[in-house]
Design a protein around this ligand. Structure first.
Ligand code: GLA
Length: 408
């Protein structure tokens, strides 16, 4: 065999190995940074329809959302018909999406955006549409043939979802997507059951770590689990603060390309104060959660839009290092204020949260965090540079979070 021929065979083998590795790993390059987009569920529940989505696509441009990095338009539960076709394929709800999903995907792509759908790992979705249990390969092929770019895959759905391990159910769809021939972002929505921060990274590009968020900042409505390691039975009604608190135990487990999903944002939905909205967004950003807007974009206030499009905070989320902040117990005061910190390119970021409804004065030494000697410190919401780069000594308002970007 000639040398050229050997080289050629060697190259072919490398290409084959890389292609295989890519399909097995599920194309993690899709998730090099946490995903950013809009999802219909928090504001519209299962009533999502074509008119709403068309309006969302327009507003991605007019509100400047696309410009700052939001790219996915995600249909949640309710997009599908209650029945499969007579030969067993998923189909869109004909009243809400009369032109079907393939035509919608083309429109979304023409706008330079990407389209996501929702499915379930059991027999049914949470709103009783057909689940994909036993139909994984067929449904993944359908999504790919329609040009879908993203799948959120849920944990409802009857018998199998309670008896089969989530690793099996979510793993089956991972394999089916890898065989579909299309790069599809895989968002695992298992509500934190069986502690996916220890295994979810092998399956999804992102994975939910808690039951559903609700429009409450501090009070749980039905959230059963106030800690991450809780053998939970409920799946919904968790406040913004309880989701942040659960991350104290687990943020260190996520790795770049496999993000812990703290759920869709409630910025713009609830009657949150500006401080609460900034705190919500800052923690989701610095903990490297996906940034998925959950609001009705036609009703966003200027304050909410300002929070969602703050490029300094977004750049913390999309930072090249992909490192989440971790809770700093030594600098925090349990139940009063919290300090979180982690590396970003060129230095580190520090979050200081007043978790009380009244103002508090706090002192913090940056050097005590052990992340390097501070040269310059900017508080990102106010855009103010601290006079003394070594310490912060000041008052935070009710539920306010300062985000310090520390240059070293
Ligand atoms: C579950 C999920 C939510 C949403 C609904 C849809 O509760 O966790 O995010 O997708 O189902 O029914």
């Amino acid at each position: 065999m000639g040398r050229d021929h050997q080289l050629f065979s060697c190259r072919l083998a490398i290409v084959a190995i890389l292609t295989f590795a890519r399909s097995v790993l599920g194309g993690t390059s899709l998730a090099h940074k946490p995903q950013m987009g809009w999802n219909a569920w928090n504001a519209f529940k299962a009533t999502v329809n074509y008119t709403i989505v068309q309006d969302v696509m327009e507003r991605f441009d007019t509100l400047g959302l696309k410009e700052v990095g939001y790219e996915y338009v995600l249909l949640d539960d309710g997009w599908a018909s209650y029945n499969r076709t007579s030969d067993g394929y998923l189909q869109a709800n004909a009243t809400s999406f009369p032109k079907g999903i393939e035509a919608l995907a083309q429109e979304v792509h023409a706008k330079g955006l990407k389209l996501g759908l929702y499915g379930d790992s059991g027999h049914y979705t949470c709103a009783w549409r057909p689940g994909s249990w036993g139909y994984e390969e067929r449904d993944a092929q359908t999504f790919a043939s329609w040009g879908v770019d993203y799948l959120k895959y849920d944990n409802c759905g009857g018998f199998q979802s309670l008896t089969e391990a989530p690793q099996v159910r979510f793993g089956a769809m991972k394999n089916a997507l890898a065989l579909s021939g299309r790069d599809i972002f895989y968002s695992v929505c298992g509500w934190g059951y069986q502690f996916p921060w220890h295994w979810g990274g092998d399956i999804g590009h992102s994975y939910r770590m808690s039951g559903d968020i609700t429009t409450s900042f501090t009070n749980e409505t039905e959230c059963q689990c106030k800690t991450a390691y809780c053998l939970n039975t409920g799946y919904a009604g968790c406040s913004v603060l309880s989701i942040i608190n659960k991350m104290k135990e687990i943020s260190q487990y996520q790795t770049q390309g496999h993000w812990l999903d703290m759920d869709m944002l409630e910025v713009g939905n609830a009657n949150f104060t500006l401080n609460q909205q900034q705190t919500h967004f800052a923690f989701w950003a610095a903990l490297k959660s996906p940034l998925i807007i959950g609001a009705d974009l036609s009703k966003l206030s200027n304050d909410s839009l300002g929070v969602l499009t703050n490029t300094a905070i977004i750049s913390v989320n999309q930072d090249v290092l992909g490192e989440p902040v971790t809770y700093r117990k030594a600098q925090s005061k349990e139940g009063l204020f919290q300090v979180w910190a982690g590396n970003v390119e060129g230095g580190y970021v520090v979050l200081l949260l007043n978790e009380k409804s009244y103002p508090q004065t706090v002192f913090l030494s940056f050097a005590s965090l052990g992340l390097g000697a501070p040269q310059q410190v900017i508080e990102l919401w106010s855009e103010k540079t601290l006079q003394d780069a070594n310490t912060f000594n000041g008052t935070l308002g009710s539920y306010q979070t300062h985000v310090f970007r520390v240059q070293t």
